[in-house]
Ligand binder design. Sequence first.
Ligand code: FAD
Length: 444
Amino acid sequence: MRYIVIGAVAGGMTAAMKIRRNDDKAQIVVYDKDTDISYSGCSLAYYISGVIKDRKSIVPRDVEYFKKFNVEVKTSHEVLKVDTKTKSVLVKDLSTGNMFEDRFDKLIIATGAQAFIPKIEGINLDGIFTLRNVKDADRIKGYIEKTSPKKTLIIGGGYIGLEMAEALSLLGMEVLIVEKQKNILPNLDDDMARLVENYLLQKGIQIRNDSSVLRFEGEGKVKEAVLSDKSKIPADFVLISVGVRPNTEFLKDSGIELLENGAIKVDEYMRTNIEDIFAAGDCAAVYFKLNGKTMYVPLGSTANKMGRIAGENATGGNLRFNGILATSIFKVFDLTIAQTGYTEKMARQDEIEYEIGHVTKPHISTAYPGAEKMTIKALAELSSRKIIGAQIVGTKGVDKRIDVLATAIYSGLTVDDLFQLDLAYAPPFSSAKDPIHYVGMVMS
Ligand code: FAD
C-alpha cells in the first residue's frame, strides 16, 4: 500500500507516523515545499523574542529522523495537482525545477494554512512581515537585528498579534496594535476583551480599535502607515496578522470539495468526498461539538488530533473525531487568556437561551503567598443547565481552570455538577472553594 502525505508539520507528520505504527509494510512518502518540517509553529513568537534561544528546539526533527521509521520525507517538493481519477499527484522538485507524477493508494492532505495578506497599497515595502513558519521568524529576527526598528505596528489584534506585541516590546520596541473590530481579540466577548486591553495599555502597548490601514508609505522600506481616520503613524516594522487562509489553491479543479473559505470539507473520519483521500489540520474544516456546525478554527492541538485520526482511518481504522470546543489559550506578558465552547456572541447567533456567571477569585488560598485573581465568565444553557462556554482572564492558574471547564462542557456537566466536583485542594494549589466551585455556586 502506498501512502502519500502532503505537508510535513503537525497534521501531516502525525498522520504519517500513525500510518507507520499501524502498518509496518506501508510505503509512506511525505512531500513538503518547505525545508523545515515537523516544527512548533506555536513557539515562533518566543523564538523571535529570544525567550526560546535555540532554533533546533522548535525544529527538533529532520528528514533523517523520519528515515529511522522508514518514512520518506521529501522537502522542497511542492504538490501542484491532485488527480483523483488516476490517483496520482503532480510534484515539482523546487531545488531542480523537475516535475514528476507519483501514484498513491491513499492520500492525506495536510497542507495547513498561510497568513492572509490584505490588498493594501505599499504592502510589499521592506519591513512588512507575516508570521506563519520558521522562515518567516528567521526573516523577522534578521530584520530586527539588522535595522533595530523602534516603532512597530501590528495589524490585527488576535492571539498571534498579541504574542508578537509582547515579543517586540521585550525587544525594546514601541508597539501599536491596529484592530478593525471594536475590540482586540474579537473571538472573545467584549467585556473579557476589554480586561485584556486595559492590561495591555498598562504595559505600554497602544491600541487603535475600529481602525484599519489605508496605505503604507516609504521609499523601499516602510516608514509610516496611513490609517482609516487619515492619521499618519510612523512605523519602521509592521506585522500583518489578520488571519489565515487554507493552502488549498492547488485542489481547485480536483473535485475535492472545498468550503467557501477554501477549507477542505471532511467528515468525522477525516474523509473527503473522494474515496481514499483524507485531510487533516489547518487545510480542513472541523465541526463544533455543541451544535454540529462546520467551523474553521486552525489550531495545532486540533491538527494533531485530526492527523492521528486520518492516519488511523487511512489504514482501515474507524476512529471518529468528536468535534471541537475551540478551546484555546495564550499569554501576553503575565496575563493568560483562555476560552472554550460558546461565547455570548456565538450563543446569540445560535439563538440559545443562556445564563451567565461571572466570578473573580484568587487562584490559590489567600493565606498562601502569591495569590492572584482571575476572572471567569461562564455560560450555561437555561433549559438544560449545562455549561456551554467559558472565558478566563488572569495571571495565574488559568490553564488548569479552562481545562476543567472544557472537560465539563465535553462531558455535558451542569452548573450544579461544577459545585459538586471533587477538586484537589491545598493552599499552594487552589482554595478550599476553587474558582470552578464558585462558578457552580453563582449559577445555581
Ligand atoms: P502547517 O503547520 O501550516 O503545515 C503545512 C505544511 O504543508 C507546511 O510546511 C507547508 O509548506 C506545506 N505545504 C503547503 N502546501 C503544500 C503543497 N502544495 N505541496 C507541498 N507542501 C505544501 N496552535 C495552537 O493550538 N496553540 C498555539 O499556541 C498556537 N500558536 C501559534 C502561534 C503562531 C505564531 C502560529 C503561526 C500558529 C500558532 N498555532 C497555535 C497554530 C498551529 O501552528 C497550526 O494550527 C499548526 O501548525 C497546523 O499544522 P498543519 O500541519 O495543519 O499545517
